[in-house]
Design a protein around this ligand. Structure first.
Ligand code: HEM
Length: 150
C-alpha cells in the first residue's frame, strides 16, 4: 500500500509518549520559568508549600520548628533551578540534594506527601497549568530520587 504509515519496527515504538521532548529541551523549558514567574512567585510557592507542611501530620515532625529558614532555602533553590540568580549556591554551595536529604527518612509515602504539598502549593500560588506541568514533572522525578528508604 503506497503512502501508508510504516508499521513500528519494535513493540517499544508505540509506547513512546506523544509529547516526549529530549532532555536538553526539557531543561531549556525549566530554565525559562524564572523569567516567566519572577522571584516573588517563587517565595509565594515556598510559603504556600511550608504552610501545607505545617498542617501535615506526617511531614511536620521531620522539619524544624521554625520554618523561616526552610522557606528561604526552598525559594532560593527553586529560583536558581528554574533559571534565576544563583543566590542559593552563593550562600550554601552546591545543592547536593540527595546528600542534604540523607538525615531524613524518605520512603514512598513521604515522597508522595512532599509531591502533594508542592502540587497544592502551585495551586495556592496560582501558577498556570502551562508552567505547573513542567515544574511538577521535575518535582515528581526529583522526589523519587530523594527516596532513601524502601
Ligand atoms: C523535588 C524534590 C525535593 C526538592 C527539590 C527539595 C529541596 C530541598 C532543599 C533545597 C532543601 C534545603 C537544603 C539545604 O539548603 O540545607 C531541602 C530541605 C529539606 N527537605 Fe527537601 N526537597 C525535595 C524532596 C524532599 C522530600 C521528598 C522530603 C521528605 C518528605 C524532603 C524533606 C526535607 C527536609 C526535612 C529538609 C530540611 C529543611 C531545611 O533545612 O530547609 N524533601 N529540600
Amino acid at each position: 500500500m503506497p503512502n501508508s504509515t510504516p508499521e513500528p519496527t519494535k513493540p517499544n515504538d508505540v509506547s513512546l509518549p506523544i509529547a516526549a521532548v529530549d532532555a536538553s529541551t526539557e531543561r531549556a523549558v525549566e530554565q525559562s520559568i524564572y523569567q516567566q514567574l519572577g522571584a516573588e512567585k517563587f517565595w509565594d510557592i515556598a510559603r504556600a508549600f511550608y504552610g501545607r507542611v505545617d498542617k501535615h501530620e506526617r511531614m511536620r515532625p521531620i522539619f524544624p520548628a521554625d520554618l523561616q529558614e526552610p522557606i528561604r532555602n526552598q525559594a532560593e533553590f527553586l529560583i536558581q533551578y528554574f533559571g534565576g540568580p544563583q543566590t542559593y549556591s552563593d550562600r550554601k554551595g552546591h545543592p547536593r540534594l540527595r546528600m542534604r536529604h540523607a538525615p531524613f527518612p524518605i520512603d514512598v509515602t513521604m515522597r508522595n506527601d512532599w509531591v502533594d504539598c508542592m502540587r497544592g502549593a502551585l495551586v495556592d500560588a496560582e501558577i498556570s497549568e502551562f508552567i505547573a506541568a513542567p515544574m511538577m514533572a521535575y518535582f515528581e522525578r526529583t522526589a523519587t530520587f530523594m527516596m532513601n528508604r524502601p
